[in-house]
Design a protein around this ligand. Structure first.
Ligand code: PLP
Length: 361
C-alpha cells in the first residue's frame, strides 16, 4: 500500500456507475447495445442550451464564478425563494456529499430507507457515519418507520421522492407530518432528483415546507429532466445557515462555467424542457402498461425509469437483457431498474424482455 490512506477510504466500495453499452458489446460479442442503466435523458441539449454552451467555450481559459451567483438568482426566482436559500454544486450528488462532509462526524447516524440511491452509503462511509437503513414498505419510503429510527445521534435523514430505484412517491402532506416528528437537530434531505417527472397529485410543491422547517433541505438536479448529466450541476434549497455550511465544502470552481451557462439557459427554456419531459412520461405509461399486461409487477413509476421487483432472478434477468443488447441496472436479489428512453429504445427493451425466457412475476 502506497502512503497511509484512511482505513475508511480503503474500505470504501467505489461508486458503481451504470455499465456502458460498449462494455456490454465487448463482453457479449454483440453490436448496437443501448444503455438504459443510469436514468439519463434520451435527448441531447435543447437548441438554446447547446448555443449557450458553444458560446461559453471561448471562456474556458478562465475560472468560472465560484459562487455561481447568476445561476443561484435564476434558481431562486424559478422556485420562488430568497437567493440566500439556494446553493449550487457539481451535480446533486456533489451537494449530497457536501452535506455529509458539513454535518457528519465519525459515529453520527445517517438514516435512510433501503433500497435507495446507492451514493448515500458511500458518502456516509466517507465521513465514517453509521448508516441506519429502514426497509421500504410496498417499494415505497416508510416514513413512519423512518421517523421511529431517528435517535439523538441522527444528523441526517434522507427522503428520496421519487425513490431510486423503485420510482415510487410519498405525498407532500405525509412529508409535512414526517417533518413534525423529526427533531430540529437532524437535517432532512429531501432528494428530488426526479421531481419534474412526477404526476402523482399527492406530490405538490415541497418548497412550501421550508417556511416551517429550518432543518429541511431540498436537492434537485439538471442531470435528469434538463438532460445535462454530463455537465454536473445540481442545486439545493434550504435555510441560509445550511446553505452557508454546504458552501464551505465546495471544491473551488467545482461548478464549471459551461455547466452554469447551460443550467441558466435550460431554466429559461423550461417550457421546452417540460415538453420533453411529457414525452418521457407518456413513454413511461406505455412501457409500464405493456409490462403489466404481460404479467409483470410494476410499482407506480413516477420518475424516468420503471422498476421490476423480481427478487432472486434480478441478476440473471440483467445478464439476459444485456446479451440481447439492452443494458439495465440489476440489483442482485432485489430487482431490475430500466430507464425510460425514446420509443425505439423502449421497444428494444420490451422485445428483449419478451425474448428472455423468464416468467413474468
Ligand atoms: C435519487 C438520486 N439523487 C441524486 C442523484 C445524483 O444525480 P446528479 O449528481 O447527476 O445530480 C441521482 C442520480 O442518479 C439519483 O438517482
Amino acid at each position: 500500500m502506497t502512503g497511509r490512506p484512511r482505513p475508511a477510504i480503503s474500505a470504501l466500495p467505489a461508486y458503481k456507475p451504470g455499465r456502458s453499452a460498449a462494455a456490454a458489446e465487448a463482453d457479449h460479442g454483440i453490436a448496437d447495445a443501448i444503455k438504459l442503466a443510469s436514468n439519463e435523458a434520451p435527448f441531447g441539449p435543447l437548441p438554446s442550451v447547446a448555443g449557450a454552451i458553444s458560446s461559453g467555450v471561448e471562456q474556458i481559459n478562465l475560472y468560472a464564478d465560484h459562487g455561481a451567483s447568476a445561476l443561484r438568482e435564476d434558481i431562486a426566482a424559478a422556485v420562488k425563494v430568497d437567493v440566500d436559500q439556494v446553493t449550487v454544486g457539481a451535480g446533486s450528488a456533489g451537494i449530497l456529499q457536501q452535506l455529509l462532509l458539513a454535518y457528519c462526524d465519525r459515529g453520527d447516524e445517517v438514516a435512510m430507507c433501503w433500497p435507495s440511491f446507492e451514493a448515500y452509503p458511500v458518502f456516509a462511509m466517507l465521513v465514517e457515519a453509521e448508516q441506519v437503513r429502514v426497509p421500504l414498505r410496498n417499494e415505497t419510503f416508510d416514513l413512519d418507520a423512518l421517523a421511529a429510527a431517528i435517535t439523538p445521534a441522527t444528523k441526517i435523514v434522507f427522503v428520496t421522492n421519487p425513490n431510486n430505484p423503485t420510482g415510487t412517491t410519498v405525498g407532500t402532506d405525509d412529508i409535512a407530518a414526517f417533518l413534525d416528528r423529526v427533531p430540529t437537530t437532524c437535517l432532512v434531505v429531501l432528494d428530488e432528483a426526479y421531481a419534474e417527472f412526477v404526476t402523482d397529485p399527492r406530490v405538490t410543491d415541497s418548497m412550501r415546507l421550508l417556511a416551517d422547517h429550518d432543518n429541511l433541505i431540498i436537492t434537485r438536479t439538471f442531470s435528469k429532466a434538463h438532460g445535462l448529466a454530463g455537465l454536473r450541476v445540481g442545486y439545493a434549497v434550504g435555510h441560509p445557515d445550511v446553505v452557508s455550511m454546504v458552501d464551505r465544502t465546495l471544491v473551488p470552481f467545482a461548478v464549471n462555467g459551461l455547466a452554469q451557462r447551460a443550467a441558466r439557459a435550460s431554466l429559461a427554456a423550461s417550457d421546452e424542457m417540460r415538453e420533453r419531459v411529457a414525452t418521457v412520461i407518456a413513454e413511461r405509461t406505455r412501457v409500464a402498461d405493456t409490462l403489466r399486461s404481460a404479467g409483470w409487477t410494476v410499482p407506480d413509476a413516477q420518475a424516468n425509469f420503471v422498476w421490476l421487483p423480481v427478487g432472486d432472478v434480478a441478476a440473471d434477468l440483467g445478464v439476459r437483457l444485456e446479451r440481447r443488447g439492452v443494458v439495465t441496472r440489476a440489483f442482485p436479489d432485489v430487482g431490475v431498474r430500466v430507464t425510460i428512453s425514446d420509443a425505439t429504445g423502449n421497444d428494444r427493451f420490451l422485445a428483449a424482455l419478451a425474448d428472455c425466457d423468464i416468467t413474468p412475476r
